[in-house]
Design a binder for this molecule. Structure first.
Ligand SMILES: *Cc1c(COP(=O)(O)O)cnc(C)c1O
Length: 416
């Protein structure tokens, strides 16, 4: 007998992995065949045509002339970075380690930016040697860059990362406004600009990043307008014209039941208006945004295998070989306040109109109740050997998970 129920709050439709009622495919390859090709589970599989489609959608909706950069920390797999480098206008790195991958990708150093608090002296020297643009986040960085520039006989290219006097409302993570470790407080920027001029650094513009994982277009629009206006005010004190204005990003993707896809149309309209203003008010400035999860998050899945099926006092558990050590975010332990499920599917079999579903919890092999990939998911009947898939997993996967925890093997990654 079917115990199918109407789930009150559903996950948004997956853009690149539509439910077809059949076995899931990634990049056209059926999942079981891909698993055989990879050789073992668990693994992350990224679909390069989905990533290309995503960039094409953005280009079609956002104004021509707006730069789009990839924030590499969302997915630093070298093959992914290389693919994105061929599609986009820039890469944003947050460490010297990421910088090396970015340079290897073939992206021109001219178009690589380096943001992040706590850049070491060594990292700043490497940045100058590389010829990339450093988003300055403290007065100390001015002194270190001056010294690096003199030692290397090369100009230090800098933009100022501003901690704005506002935040991005309803963001998953606020990264600007109030006291923050990121950037330099807007009210101190005039003094920093004077210091940059005295140090003889090559001032190129501003970077304002207000928050992440936002699904509310009106809030993104408001933050972009405020960021633009703040930069315009600060430009009055700059030692030279603004060449680059990075308005941040924060575009979110739907992870949880009830989340909706972000509406890009008003964001595109607003950016067109800002580009038109900039043409008059900051004529040399090239405007850009930087995105991480929005570019790659929906293009990737995490695939693990059912090891055991257990019933404990009436509740069914699918125990898999994957878990929070590979996918901290899906377990609910990467910045969530209330744990909610990522979209979880049975990869080996799809769900058709007549498929019987059962309520199961998908857990991992770790000895902690936090190792939960899906709490009471509605899935077709699964047995050991079946593949379980966590969707929306193309960003903040392996590199954002505690892989050494409990000594299981590292997760594999494949770009198809
Ligand atoms: C983390 C980060 C990003 C990317 O955030 P997403 O939510 O993945 O888009 C972009 N810029 C900066 C400065 C960041 O710290």
């Amino acid at each position: 007998m079917s115990d199918k129920v109407i789930t009150p709050v559903a996950h948004a439709t997956m853009r690149y992995f539509p439910e077809t009622g059949a076995e899931m495919t990634v990049g056209g390859v059926p999942l079981s065949r891909l698993a055989a090709r990879v050789g073992s589970t668990p693994f992350y599989a990224y679909d390069r045509s989905a990533m290309s489609a995503r960039v094409a959608e953005l280009r079609a909706t956002l104004p021509k002339g707006l730069g789009i950069s990839f924030a590499m920390k969302a997915n630093p797999m070298p093959a992914v970075v290389h693919h994105m480098a061929g599609l986009l206008d820039g890469l944003d790195v947050a460490s010297a380690g990421e910088l090396m991958v970015a340079l290897d990708s073939g992206m021109s150093p001219e178009r690589i930016t380096f943001a992040g608090p706590g850049k070491t002296d060594a990292e700043l020297h490497r940045a100058v040697a590389s010829g990339i643009l450093v988003n300055l986040e403290s007065f100390r960085e001015v002194a270190v860059l001056r010294q690096a520039s003199q030692a290397l006989g090369l100009p230090a290219r800098v933009a100022v990362r501003v901690n704005p006097d506002f935040d991005l409302k309803s963001s998953g993570m606020k990264m600007g406004g109030g006291p923050k470790q990121f950037g330099v407080d807007a009210e101190e920027v005039p003094q920093l600009l004077a210091r940059i001029g005295e140090a003889g650094l090559a001032f190129e513009g501003f970077h304002i990043y207000a928050g992440s994982q936002n699904l509310n277009a009106a809030q993104v629009v408001e933050a972009q307008i405020k960021s633009y206006e703040l930069a315009l005010r600060l430009a009055a004190d700059a030692p030279s014209p603004v060449l680059h204005l990075n308005l941040g990003g924060g575009f979110g993707i739907p992870y949880f039941p009830g989340d909706k896809h972000l509406d890009l149309i008003p964001i595109g309209d607003n950016l067109s208006a800002l580009l038109a203003r900039a043409a008059v008010e900051m004529p040399q400035a090239h405007l850009s945004i930087e995105l991480g999860r929005y570019l790659v998050g929906e293009s990737g899945v995490y695939v693990c295998k059912v090891i055991d099926r257990k019933v404990s006092r009436g509740h069914t558990y699918l125990v898999t070989d994957g878990g929070l050590h590979h996918h901290l975010a899906a377990s609910g332990n990467f910045g969530q306040v209330i744990r909610k499920n990522y979209p979880v599917r049975l990869g080996s079999r799809g769900v058709g109109p007549d498929t019987e579903l059962e309520s199961v919890s998908v857990v991992g092999p770790l000895c902690t109740p936090l190792d939960l990939l899906g709490d009471r998911c509605r899935l077709p009947h699964a047995e050991p050997g079946d593949l379980v898939v966590v969707c929306q997993s193309g960003a903040y996967g392996p590199s954002a998970s505690p892989q050494r925890f409990l000594g299981h093997p590292e997760v594999l990654e494949v770009l198809v």
